[in-house]
Design a protein around this ligand. Sequence first.
Ligand code: C2E
Ligand code: MG
Ligand code: MG
Length: 687
Amino acid sequence: MRLYRCKCKKQKIKGFHKKSIWPSIVLFFMYLVFCFLLVMSFISVFGVYIISSKMDELSDNARHLGRLIEGRMQEEDILDAVSYVSGYLRQENDICVTDGDYHVLLHLGETELPDFHEAGEMRIYEDFSDDEKSSIIPSMEDQVLNNESAFIISIDELWELAMKAPPGKGPEAQGKWLNEIIYSIDYWKAIPVNAQGYHVYYKDSLILMRKDVIYILAVGAIAVIVLMVPVILLFINVLSSIAMQKRMIKLLYLDTITGGKNWVYFVQRCKKIFCRIRNARNTYAMINLHMDRYQDYCACYGNKAGEELLENINGFLQAKTGREETFARFAKADFGLLLKCEGTKQCEQRMKKMLAELTGIKRERRLNYHVGIYMIPPVTNQKDSGLQQRRQIDVDQIYHYATAASENLHGKEGQFIQVFDHQILEEQLWKRKVEDTMEPALLNKEFHIYLQPKYSPLSGKIVGAEALVRWISPTEGLIAPGRFIPIFEENGFITRLDDYMISAVAKLQSEWKLQGKKSIPVSVNVSRANFTKPDLAQHICHLVDSYGADHAVIELEVTESAFFGDKDMLQKIIKELKMYGFHISMDDFGAGYSSLNSLKDLPIDVLKLDMEFFRSKGDETERRGEIVVKETIQLAKNLDMKIVAEGIERREQVDFLAEQGCDMIQGFYYAKPMPVSEFNERVEKES
Ligand code: C2E
Ligand code: MG
Ligand code: MG
């Protein structure tokens, strides 16, 4: 057989989690930092470019002056040449000539002379006031002097510089706002002159004008604008994906029927609750709340009313569950609840109270609920193993256990709450097994007919038998009817089994007839489920006739509980069966139900006293039981019925029944149910 696999990625849906938004957010901030660094490096590179181009200009000036001095030196001595060249200098430029030992030979200008050191190197002449010094970026000083090509300056500082009042030096300072000098630094520079034993220096200024700073800031602003477009887009994208994800999560966890949370949410929430260390000491209960006959409710009041009811239940549960608890609808009218309880008793009490309130939701419509409880004990071993066990709880599995407990309440009148134990699960597994194998078992003839003889207490001879089914399974061995008949009665398969047994009895009777054997009446059980068929009598008649058996030697046992169904139908069928010549017996008379009234209405041939009459429960009850048996036998006789006592195990019981005029005795005292061959041998021996 080909197996079809579901291709849906269930795991992926389960894994869909709020956390997946974080990579986008982290990426966004990383990009923001990257943009910031990029803008800063743009500004730095452009700033360095401006400074170094100014430095180059100053070096060119020095070289130019050197060439002028050298040209003049062909006609004059060096001091005159320098004096001549000083005429080309600007007002702020000083010039100075020293001999080889750095003794000043000539100084033209207003500023004091610098402190000379080794050849070619000079320290800056500090002619600034303290205020002016503090506005100079310290690193800039050295970098300008060493002609390095990098300096770092913040945008704030640049902005401050741009807006600052100018030091008021230089010719450019006059008039134009853009050309105002906002920063100037003076320094001495050696002029390259080819004159042995002399050094020539001149003082110049590195000037930063407002426009330079504005250019640098403009470059920064352009870079910011260019980079901010993707940043804004990315930001919008992150925001919309957060919103989208929130909507998706809401949808993913939404139960469209109740408007509350769905099962995916429930499972995840339970896992979270189990994972929390602070919940480890709490006892929890997984609960299945099942609304009985929800389908009937919908059929009666419509689907909309059904859904409205589920919505109401959802609202009710919402109000009744606490912070570390959760619930959700599982399917149809089944809800799963995870409740914090102190113990099984307290949990049952709480559920009882809840059920009382729930039934009040629609007081006019009778609603029944079943509750299955699976207890989750607190973690006693706080170390790894205990907590680990809690964390590994399979939520679906324990909910399945809770459901098994509530399903076990089916057919149990007046019982609404059931706590799970493993026997329930075993019963369910057995039920599933029986249901899976019953059809093939019937085809493979695994059901066998056993006969339990009925004896006359007077003669001590076999006067009848009851056909009882035995399931001899190749895997399970012999299975007693008590283990499968109730399951068949629940799922309706019992009618098929009854047909099979009636046919088997008919076949047996016709075989006995053919073999010329004494015909012993055999009774066969007909379950109450059959009495819903209006043509049951014709059907049984047809089954028996197909084997050519006499109707008179077949007795049909109807359990007492069948007399509480559709009385008219039962009466009609029994009358028809009687017409066809079958005998009818009322099985298990006196077990639970009181069918005395039926005795009056129905033409029953045999009354089978339930074995409970003969189970001794002390002297007093035994004495009272004897009175009831005595009177019942009398009643049956008065109504022209034969009486069979079932479950007779002791000699005294036989004697008592014989004394009371009981017609037949069926019980282990005489014989247990046996295979047909054994029964035949017993009959032969007797004759
Ligand atoms: P039942 O029809 O009342 O059958 C009598 C049950 O009492 C049989 O159990 C029998 O073995 C048991 N029994 C007889 N004498 C004694 C005794 O002295 N002591 C004790 N402890 N038990 C005694 P069994 O065969 O296990 O059948 C149980 C029930 O299963 C039957 O009760 C009947 O209701 C049902 N059943 C059995 N076979 C069939 C069948 O073919 N069709 C239907 N519909 N029901 C069947
Ligand atoms: Mg019976
Ligand atoms: Mg019985």
